[in-house]
Design a protein around this ligand. Structure first.
Ligand SMILES: Nc1nc(=O)c2c([nH]1)NC[C@@H]1CN(c3ccc(C(=O)N[C@@H](CCC(=O)O)C(=O)O)cc3)CN21
Ligand SMILES: CC(C)C(=O)C(=O)O
Ligand SMILES: [Mg+2]
Length: 282
């Protein structure tokens, strides 16, 4: 497994000493300075704390919780009521990171009113600092209304998993003509006031072109090395998920670590070695 190395020079978002919450202004400053930054998902207080203390500046409570927390085989089934308690836990578990709430399928597409009501619920009931929604021009009125209401919006283009049934699987998006459409969506989100945009599963050349064309940061997942930021689902990054996409790098082997711990615990219970006197009240 790889060892971690901090950059020699602290950047606007990583490696500095400030403990106050990261804001959209800090994120804009990072783009101006051409500084890269890391984002991870989190779904509970303890992992949020670990990632916060590791200096991850932005934590996303992804609707990927549908798959990695709730065990569904897509993100379609997860609801606002499923995600609100997880998002609140991540806010409580972190001190410095900006917490972004991923709006689930069916909670913002129907209308501006619906989108605004959902985004407002996340900010009020969880303490999240921003929301993320999938789509470009098709959700522009919603994005504009949220920004007008004072809610920072993160966009998400390319492989938008809530549309998996339209794509016919989790496939690379934005090849050929579709790249021009994606670029237009990215520019529309920027004009609507989005503070950043996720680019998922797109060719690296397209991601680089979009990154160079926007004044807001791009956050890549399967989008190559040239986006301003990167994001991974933490269970993928830590080696807990059994099957992962090509874009995932495993920075730890938690499946082995946790499995070995569980087997050792079980062996000691069955063999009588645990609990010992030191774990016992007298
Ligand atoms: N654990 C987890 N990690 C994720 O990154 C993630 C989720 N869940 N759930 C929601 C979506 C689904 N995602 C996925 C899932 C599979 C592929 C995948 O297997 N892609 C193919 C690309 C095939 C092609 O060339 O078009 C691959 O082989 O990498 C990609 C993104 C990303 N998101
Ligand atoms: C992978 C990220 C971008 C996401 O949307 C999620 O985790 O739900
Ligand atoms: Mg998501």
């Amino acid at each position: 497994m790889s060892s971690s190395v901090s950059p020699a020079q602290p950047t606007a978002l990583y490696g500095g000493k400030s403990n106050r919450r990261v804001t959209v202004r800090d994120i804009a400053a990072a783009k101006e300075r051409h500084e890269k930054w890391p984002m991870l998902t989190a779904y509970d207080a303890l992992t949020a704390r670990v990632f916060d203390e590791a200096g991850i500046p932005v934590l996303l409570v992804g609707d990927s919780a549908a798959m990695v927390v709730y065990g569904y085989d897509s993100t379609i089934p997860v609801t606002v009521d499923d995600l609100i308690p997880l998002t609140a836990a991540v806010v409580r578990g972190s001190q410095r990171a900006m917490v972004v709430a991923d709006l689930p399928f069916g909670s913002y597409q129907a209308s501006v009113t619906e989108g605004l009501a959902t985004a407002t619920r996340f900010l009020k009931e969880t303490g999240a600092h921003a929301v993320k929604l999938e789509g470009g021009r098709r959700v522009l009125p919603q994005a504009e209304a949220m920004v007008a209401a004072g809610i920072p919006v993160m966009g998400h283009l390319g492989l938008t998993p809530q549309s998996v049934n339209v794509f016919g699987g989790y496939r690379v998006q934005g090849r050929g003509q579709a790249g021009d459409e994606l670029m237009a969506d990215a520019k529309a989100l920027e004009a609507a006031g989005a503070f950043s945009v996720v680019l998922e599963c797109v060719p690296e050349d397209l991601a680089a072109k979009v990154t160079a064309s926007l004044s807001i940061p791009t956050i890549g997942i399967g989008a190559g090395p040239d986006t301003d930021a990167q994001v991974l689902v933490w269970q993928d990054m830590a080696g807990l998920t059994p099957h992962t996409a090509k874009f995932v790098k495993k920075f730890a082997d938690m499946q082995t670590v946790l499995g070995d711990a569980a087997r050792e615990y079980a062996d000691e219970v069955v063999g009588g070695a645990f609990p010992a006197q030191e774990h016992t009240y007298h």
